[in-house]
Write a protein that binds this ligand. Structure first.
Ligand code: URA
Length: 240
């Protein structure tokens, strides 16, 4: 059954002003529900199915937003930071009313796939260690990483604090002085990829996340760009 919400609450949550402002907009006749002007701010409606117009503009109500960002280097993946610009600072105002946050962190100097949402349950599912959702990173490493390392990563790498990582899958793109690899891990320990390579005495010089479970970074997004997830992508994430 549809969940009914008070008109003034819906509009206020959507960023149309405080409850008091919204009440006065409604009294002034700026708001229509299903084509009819309403003057009662306490009226209840189904915000998903009833059509609300504010000053003749359709109010696009939704509870959750899901954005895929290609995180650029130099920004932190949190909602606010006293010193550094955050990924949320890249979003236009229209998204901020939903109070989005990054689902999982990437280091300041890491690029790539970041899911930004206000769906706490989905974020929790994706990040829960119990779920072991795969995360694939493209990594450039100062050192010669060839096929012989695959077994080390598959067995798990002992990090500087003694923790042995879960099996990780290494795919060699190019073994060279600066090697290019894809690494898939199931966890999200602090600086995990960098520390895994440090444990074999190599330094990560470039790091980019390219997928998270079934969600793949859209290659058309330049660093700093984002787009909304498609319905299909949202369903894939909900079912992973
Ligand atoms: N591993 C790292 O070392 N850094 C990241 O940003 C993500 C994974």
């Amino acid at each position: 059954m549809a969940k009914l919400e008070r008109l003034d609450k819906v509009l206020s949550n959507m960023g149309y002003g405080s409850r008091k402002d919204v009440k006065s907009h409604i009294k002034n006749g700026f708001v229509k529900i299903n084509g009819k002007t309403v003057k009662d701010n306490t009226i209840k409606l189904d915000p998903y199915n009833d059509k609300i117009h504010f000053k003749d503009q359709l109010v696009n109500y939704r509870e959750f937003i899901y954005l895929m960002m290609n995180k650029p280097q130099g920004l932190v993946s949190s909602t606010d930071d006293p010193l550094t610009k955050t990924v949320i600072d890249l979003l236009p105002r229209e998204y901020l009313i939903y109070e989005p946050f990054p689902a999982g962190r990437l280091d300041k100097d890491t690029e790539g796939l970041l899911l930004i949402t206000n769906d706490g349950q989905l974020a929790h599912q994706l990040l829960s260690p119990k779920k072991g959702v795969n995360k694939m990173y493209y990594v450039e490493v100062d050192g010669y990483v060839d096929e012989s390392y695959k077994s080390n990563f598959r067995e798990g790498i002992v990090l500087d604090d003694g923790y042995k990582t879960l099996p990780a899958e290494l795919e060699i793109i190019k073994a060279d002085m600066i090697s290019k690899v894809n690494l898939t891990i199931q966890e999200g320990k602090y600086h995990q990829v960098k520390r895994m390579f440090e444990s074999i005495s190599m330094k990560v010089v470039f790091l980019k996340r390219i997928s998270m479970g079934p969600l793949e970074l859209d290659n058309s997004l330049e660093p700093g760009e984002f787009r909304e997830l498609t319905e299909e992508e949202i369903n894939l994430l909900n079912n992973c």
